[in-house]
Design a protein. Structure first.
Length: 331
């Protein structure tokens, strides 16, 4: 009999990433049983905790594990639930016993693993994500990169899979990952049925269009923060990296190295991202046409603007405006 373990962590977990996977997998079990004509449940699904004490989330929701990690000798798939992000370090610490259990299941049984959104932090503690691609919520990407530099983070991806380790992006994209898992284990027909029955979009590509770039300032390099602020206050101009280095009194080569280390972007990438974020806001809230927006954020080459915009959002400027402009949406 196949088995799936959904982790019930202590601390600040997102209850939906425990309850919804459990419900969707039970739906898949029921439909698969119907179309296959079998009598047995295809997967046994357990809510797995460090103990069997009920866990209270947000002072409102209580979930009781059905099994403990000590009772699960072998499982086919582990689903690592997401954390709210309120105190990730503490949540990782109090759930550290899951780390060795996940590693043991992976090494001894070849278990597949799916981490939902910020559940990637707990999975990364195992080392199993080192040198592998992974997604997580885009709002936590800087924290994740700093804590786990050996992981190939792909924050633009809604879902990633690398050698049997799956991950999802922003909070509710775990639903897309669950359909992906259902298709992988139960087949496409069952996944499509669950998609239609639950009203969950089946084939999403990336989460770039939902990202909000606020600049990476969680570092202690004061001169680089000055450079970032200069870029953000002068994005509409044609910015020169050497001139910015001179303004903050750092040699060009040292500036490039320090900027990349502090922000995980080159200065040119940072300039592009600031300009594109400003362009997004204009497309969302004004009636300016594409060329007017382009000039407003400091681009003079239309092809360069369009290709850079699509690189960071996954959409063309026109498609983005049509999708997110408030006046278009509400008329």
């Amino acid at each position: 009999m196949n088995h799936i373990s959904i982790i019930v962590p202590k601390g600040n977990a997102i209850t939906g990433t425990i309850v919804a996977p459990y419900n969707l997998l039970n739906m898949a079990n029921s439909y698969y049983k119907k179309i296959s004509g079998g009598d047995e449940i295809y997967f046994i699904i357990d809510l797995v905790g460090l103990d069997k004490e009920p866990v209270l989330y947000q002072s409102l929701f209580q979930i009781t594990p059905t099994k403990t990690i000590d009772e699960i000798e072998k499982t086919s798939l582990i689903i690592v639930s997401a954390f709210t992000g309120a105190n990730l370090e503490k949540d990782i610490e109090i759930n550290s016993a899951f780390v060795s259990w996940i590693k043991k299941q992976r090494f001894e049984n070849g278990t597949d693993i799916a981490c939902l959104c910020t559940g990637a932090f707990l999975l990364a503690e195992t080392g199993l994500l080192n040198d592998k691609s992974c997604s997580t919520h885009w709002m936590t990407q800087d924290h994740f990169k700093q804590r786990y530099p050996s992981v190939h983070l792909r924050p633009e991806k809604i879902i990633c899979e690398d050698n049997g380790i799956m991950s999802s992006g922003g909070v509710y994209y775990f639903l897309t990952l669950m359909l992906y898992i259902i298709e992988k284990y139960y087949g496409r027909e069952t996944a499509l049925w669950c998609s239609k029955s639950s009203g969950i979009e089946f084939d999403l590509i990336n989460q770039n269009q939902f990202m909000i770039f606020n600049g990476q300032k969680e570092h202690d390099d004061h001169s680089i923060k000055q450079a970032q602020l200069y870029i953000e206050n002068n994005f509409e101009q044609k910015l020169n990296v050497d001139e910015i280095a001179n303004i903050v009194k750092i040699g060009s080569r040292s500036f490039l190295r320090r900027f990349k280390k502090a922000t995980s972007n080159t200065p040119q990438e940072y300039i592009q991202r600031v300009k594109i974020e400003a362009a997004k806001k204009s497309l969302e809230s004004t009636n300016l046409n594409i060329q007017q927006v382009m000039y407003k954020v400091g681009y003079i080459d239309e092809q360069s603007f369009r290709s850079t915009f699509k690189k960071y959002t996954g959409l063309s400027p026109l498609d983005y405006r049509n999708k997110y402009n408030r006046k278009i949406i509400f008329t």
